[in-house]
Design a protein around this ligand. Structure first.
Ligand code: NDP
Ligand code: 8X3
Length: 252
């Protein structure tokens, strides 16, 4: 069966790898992000490589009006969303609580928490009316254990953990699956964004061990989305072999 998969934050990293993974299996994909050039490039490559349908949905998840307009104005043929992957997110800064930047905190909360809520609220009615759907939320090990200088990023991912639990309870009556995926370190543009373009700090993040790849996570997500209708993976923590949790690493 060909499914319709809506992926937020598909211009890079885990979201992009998910688009490739699901498209390679023949699913049709709605790709979101703010960077239009990257979305256009991805649309071309998915169509050329896998001959699937792709729809570009350019919006900022932080902007409630943009989110609802984008989802409500989807062409009819794209409204049967089977899988929503709430992936768009970021960390900004790594500073002590008393030294961290308030704007960074607001952007993380607005993107990782409110953005996820807006997109979910917009898409869920398209699922409840069919009594079917699967929502996959990207949490993090950072939401499972708080670490030094992680403060509001950790808070935002602990919120994703809690939101996923409440969604699962309240959407039970609509037969909507809710899966939360909590990766440890994955080598993407995440660290470059966190350290605001500082390439040395970004590459140091992944030094001394083999981190997960975006495709490791995409393949795991694809697995959770390909189980029989009566099976739901609720919560999944995935780390590299060198990482026990958000805090403990065994580096070379
Ligand atoms: P990347 O920086 O590589 O990708 C982040 C994606 O999110 C981009 O496509 C970006 O698109 C999108 N995005 C960010 N802000 C917005 C916004 N306001 N509106 C729409 N899209 C947005 O990072 P990852 O792939 O690593 O991160 C993906 C998710 O995985 C995040 O939620 C992150 O917290 C989580 N995660 C990452 C881990 C890691 O170690 N990498 C570990 C655990 C969880 P654009 O800029 O074009 O809008
Ligand atoms: C990203 C993983 O450990 O950098 O969510 O917070 S970590």
């Amino acid at each position: 069966m060909v499914r319709t998969v809506f992926i937020t934050g598909a211009t890079s990293g885990i979201g992009k790898a998910c688009a490739e993974k699901f498209a390679s299996a023949g699913d049709n994909i709605i790709i979101n992000g703010r960077r239009k050039d990257r979305l256009a490039e991805l649309e071309n490559s998915l169509q050329n490589n896998y001959n699937v349908k792709v729809f570009e949905s350019i919006f900022d998840v932080q902007n409630k009006e943009e989110v609802f307009a984008a989802v409500n104005n989807l062409p009819e043929e794209w409204k049967g969303i089977d899988i929503l992957i709430n992936n768009a997110g970021l960390a900004l800064g790594r500073d002590y609580f008393d030294e961290a930047d308030l704007d960074d905190w607001e952007t993380m909360l607005q993107t990782n928490v409110n953005g996820l809520l807006y997109v979910s609220k917009a898409v869920i009615p398209l699922m409840t009316k069919r009594n079917s759907g699967h929502i996959i939320n990207l949490g993090s090990v950072a939401g499972k254990e708080m670490y030094e200088k992680g403060n509001v990023y950790c808070v935002s991912k602990a919120a994703v953990d809690a939101i996923s639990k409440t969604m699962r309870i309240d959407l039970l009556q609509h037969r909507i699956k809710v899966t939360a995926i909590h990766p440890g370190a994955v080598e993407t543009e995440f660290a470059l964004v966190r350290y605001k373009g500082d390439k040395t700090k970004a590459s140091d993040t992944y030094k001394g061990f083999t981190p997960l790849t975006a495709m490791d996570i995409a393949e795991t997500i694809y697995y959770t989305a390909s189980l029989p209708p009566h099976v739901c993976i609720n919560d999944l923590v995935i780390t590299a072999i060198s990482q026990a949790n958000a805090i403990y690493f065994k580096k070379d």
